[in-house]
Design a protein around this ligand. Structure first.
Ligand code: DGY
Length: 328
């Protein structure tokens, strides 16, 4: 331990990653079930050389100031880094690690789980059976939507959007995608690049896969819901604030769209008095897109590897602010 760089880890993480980290750093792990409150996080990180963060931790100027000038690395166990002020880290020469790639397929699986659950009313059916209401086969009951042959619209077509689209081919779906840049045919496969408005008008299932940034905050709001089919299903496994929650409530309540299936919300966690939770046509899970045993292990190991590389002054395997290497 003596002489090893001090690293604060903001939550218990899988042992595979923790052990890797402990081989090269003196590690303190926050033991709570909930994230450390900001003042405690500031106190814990003071004097540390590394911070291993999660999406629930705000890493901003105030935290970097509290950490002190010896902080050399932030390594986040997530692909998304919208909780981190990347510019502030870059300005201080602090590389920020993240974990792309290892969670792509797992998150795509969850998007599909939500899509299928919403289309085929899996959660409704479960509630119906458990509450003792299943009396007979009913030709008019629990009618959902066909997935096969439908049109899937991917808003954002990076790694996860493409992985969701690959699965759609097995269902014989037509796939559209919207993002500023059209991909080369080899990457896009059979998916067609269209303007967002076209995607919203033509898709039966709309799935969100953009990062959260000032351009994508409330990308889906009232004008966008108005373009969607009344039978449309919206799936969000990306970040809650990409969807305007009030507009979502209004659209679901008025039957402007058929259903929403959310793994992420704004705020997060969703407040228990949110009107969204009163709606039958909402399916919701608690931000578990990457939550499989194998993937969380891979994320923890990659976060540890990013951290150790950063502590050694080497280039991280996956850095979210690579421009930092030009400034140090
Ligand atoms: C991510 O990686 O960004 C997820 O939201 C958490 O796994």
């Amino acid at each position: 331990m003596a002489g090893m760089p001090r690293v604060f880890v903001t939550r218990k993480i899988p042992a595979a990653g923790l052990q890797r980290l402990q081989a090269g750093a003196a590690v303190t792990v926050w033991p709570g079930e909930l994230p450390p409150p900001p003042d405690i996080l500031r106190a814990q990180v003071a004097g540390c050389t590394g911070l291993l963060s999660l999406v629930t931790d705000r890493v901003d100027e105030a935290l970097l100031d509290a950490a002190g000038p010896q902080l050399r690395v932030v390594s986040q166990m997530a692909v998304g880094v919208d909780n981190i002020d990347l510019d502030a880290c870059t300005a201080r020469g602090v590389p920020v690690g993240h974990t792309p790639g290892v969670l792509t397929e797992t998150t795509a699986d969850l998007a599909w789980a939500l899509l299928l659950a919403a289309a085929r009313r899996v959660v409704d059916g479960e509630r119906f059976v458990r509450s003792g209401n299943w009396k007979t086969f009913d030709p008019l009951h629990m009618l959902g939507l066909d997935v096969h042959g439908a049109t899937l619209g991917c808003v954002g077509f990076g790694r996860i959007g493409q992985a969701v689209a690959r699965r759609a081919h097995g269902f014989g779906m037509r796939v559209l995608y919207a993002q500023p840049r059209a991909l080369a045919a080899a990457e896009a496969g059979a998916a067609r690049h269209v303007p967002l408005a076209t995607l919203l008008r033509e898709s039966d299932f709309i799935t969100l896969h953009t990062p959260l940034n000032p351009q994508t905050r409330h990308l889906i709001g009232t004008p966008q819901f108005e373009l969607m089919k009344r039978s449309a299903v919206l799936i969000n496994t990306a970040r809650g604030p990409i969807v305007d929650p009030q507009a979502l409530y209004a659209a679901l309540h008025a039957g402007q769209i058929a259903h929403a299936a959310l793994d992420v919300t704004d705020p997060e966690p969703i407040l228990m008095d949110s009107p969204l939770l009163q709606l039958e046509n909402l399916t919701i899970t608690p931000h578990v897109g990457s939550a499989t045993l194998q993937t969380r292990d891979r994320m923890a190991v990659l976060a540890a590897e990013n951290m150790l590389a950063g502590l050694a002054g080497a280039r991280m395997p996956h850095c979210a602010n690579p421009q930092v290497y030009a400034t140090v």
